[in-house]
Design a protein around this ligand. Structure first.
Ligand SMILES: [Zn+2]
Length: 272
């Protein structure tokens, strides 16, 4: 039996149990995250999500990189999650999520690891405004004056808070270039994307899946919801700036009761 054939059988057996196959790659001289992403056909966001790379811009020769085939990420089920709520967080459908995990029922349990292929993410983004919602969740604090939940003092809230379970995906609100990633005081782990006239900011992340200088597409996975910095629980602080000055993000987003919308074609494709 030749190698390819036996590998094909192993993969077929794997796919019965797991919905993905884990690849191990060792960094070769001259490799960059971009070149690995291109040659192995896996997104840079996926590589960064699966690996704790010290410096994504300077890979060490021989360093091991793991990633799944097909391209996708793991979501660990949290208390209170349902397949429907998880599908919404990934802007996908319950049926696609079930198919990707060979689930026969809607029963899931806390701590269960679900595989979410990149291909099925984002099909329910509402693209009717300038920006898409970077995460699906509950708006817990709007832009403007408020009593700060921690200091209990009046202070100006410079963005909108979207509460979602730890590890929920965060997506780029629009195409742009990443200008900042890392810890930034009360923002915790933060990403700043430059869109020209506008900039968007994503705070309190538990994981960052992009690097400075990277060109990101609207809807690309950029990180995961967390509670880093000054925060009372897992949420994304989403900020829109015009030439560096914060402004009300709700003016550039679809209405909050229509964060998740299925495109017409998916509605009729949706049946069992
Ligand atoms: Zn906030």
């Amino acid at each position: 039996m030749n190698k390819f054939f036996s590998l094909a059988i192993v993969m077929a057996i794997f796919s019965q149990v797991f919905s993905y196959f884990l690849m191990h790659y060792y960094v070769q001289p001259g490799d960059t995250l971009f070149s690995i992403s291109k040659s192995l056909d896996v997104s840079m966001s996926t590589i960064l999500d699966w690996n704790d790379l010290k410096d994504p811009k300077r890979l060490r020769v021989g360093e091991e990189i793991v990633f799944p085939i097909p391209d996708g990420i793991i979501y660990t089920v949290r208390e209170g999650d349902t397949l429907e709520s998880i599908a919404m967080r990934f802007f996908t459908t319950v049926n696609l999520l079930k198919a990707a995990n060979s689930l026969l029922s809607d029963v899931i349990y806390e701590g269960e690891k679900l595989f979410v292929p990149t291909e099925i993410m984002g099909m329910a983004f509402n693209e009717s405004s300038k920006f898409i919602w970077p995460a699906y969740g509950l708006i817990t604090s709007k832009y403007g004056w408020r009593i700060h939940p921690i200091t209990k003092r009046w202070s100006f809230h410079t963005g909108v808070d979207i509460a979602a379970p730890l590890g929920s995906p965060v997506f780029a609100a629009d195409d742009g270039v990443v200008k900042f990633v890392g810890k930034n005081g009360g923002y915790g782990n933060m990403i700043l994307i430059d869109h020209g006239k506008y900039q968007t900011v994503y705070g309190h992340l538990s994981k960052i899946d992009v690097f400075v200088g990277e060109y990101v597409k609207k809807g690309q996975l950029i990180g995961r919801v967390g509670s880093t910095g000054i925060s009372t629980g897992p949420h994304v602080h989403f900020e829109v700036r015009i030439y560096g000055k914060h402004t009300n993000p709700l003016a550039f987003l679809p209405s909050s009761n229509r964060m998740y919308v299925l495109k017409e074609e998916e509605k009729w494709m949706g049946g069992e």
